[in-house]
Design a protein around this ligand. Sequence first.
Ligand code: CUA
Length: 352
Amino acid sequence: MRLIRRLTQGPNRSLGLGLLALVGTVLTGCAKASELPQSPFDTAGPVARAQTDLMTLSLWFAGGIGLFVTVALLFVVFRYRDKKGNDKSVPKQIQGNHKLEIAWTLIPIIILGIVGVPTVQTAFATRATQDPNDLHVIVTGHQWWWEFEYPQLGIVTANELYIPTDKDVQITLKSADVIHSFWVPKLAGKMDVIPGRENHMFFNAEREEEFFGQCAEFCGTSHANMKFRVQSLTQDKFDAWVKARQAGAATPTDPDALAGMNLFMGANKSKANCIVCHTIDGTNAKAKVGPNLTNVGARSTIGAGLVENTKEHLMQWIRNPQSLKPGNKMAAHPNLTEQELEQIVKYLQGLK
Ligand code: CUA
C-alpha cells in the first residue's frame, strides 16, 4: 500500500499513475483467459513438453547471462564513474591476455553446446511424419474460422477439433486466403498457415480435456475472434463420435425443426438460402464456403469460439452476424421472422 501511495502522490505522480495503469492492463489481459487457460507451461502432451523444456533451459542460460551482464555493467558504471580527483590516465591494457581470451571463447562454446544439443534433438523429436497409422487432420485457416478435415475418416468439421488421447495426430496446415497461425499452447507450439503451401506438425494429448486454441498471426478484422477448441477423448469415445459423425444428419421429426430445415435448404430464398454456403452431411447442403454444420448443435461455441452456443446467440448470429463478429462473411437475414429464426435454430440445435 505504501508503494502505491508513493507512486500516486508526490513529484513523480504522473509517472507512477502511468506505471500502475500499465500493470493493470497487463494483469487484466491475463484474467479472461482463466476460463480455459492456454498456458504453454501447463503442458498436456509430449510435443508441448519437449518444447517447453527447451525454452526453460534456454531461458535459464539467457537469464543468467543477462543478469551477469547487467550487474557487471552497473558495477562498472558506478564504481568507475567520473569523480573529482579521479586518475584520468589510460588504464592498464590487457589486450592479448591468453587466459581471458581462452575463457571467453570456451565458456560460450560450452553454453551453446548445452543448449544446442537438446535443440537439435527436440527439432527432430517434434517433427511431423506421414505415418499412416497416425490420425491425420487437414486444418484449413479461413478468415475467420477453422476447418478440420479427417481424410482417413471422411469427416469435415469446423472450429472444434476432436482427437483421441494418447495418439499422434498429424496436422497438415493450409490457408484458404491469408496467413494465419495455428496454436494450441498446451499441445504444441504455434505454426504458420500459409496460402499456397502446406506446413506440417503433430501433437499428442495425454489426457481428456478441452483445449483452447487461437489464431496467432494477425489476419484481418476478426483475427482476435478466430479461436477454436480441441477436445481429446479416450479412443472408445472418439470412435463413437466418428461413427455418429459418419452417419450424417437425420431428418428432424419435430415440425418446427422440419420447417427450419426447409428454410435452411432454401424453400423461401428471399428469407434464407443457407445451402449456398454450408454443408450438412446427409442432406442437399453441400457448399463449402462457410463452416460444415453437420454437428453444429454439439458445439460449445459458435462464431469460432466467439460466444456460447445458445438459442439467443444463434438467433442473433443468423439475423445479424456483424453485430457479434465484425467483418465476418456470413450474410445477414433481416427478412426472417422471429418464429422462422426459432425454427432454423431448432433445426441447427438438433444437429449433434
Ligand atoms: Cu487467422 Cu489471425
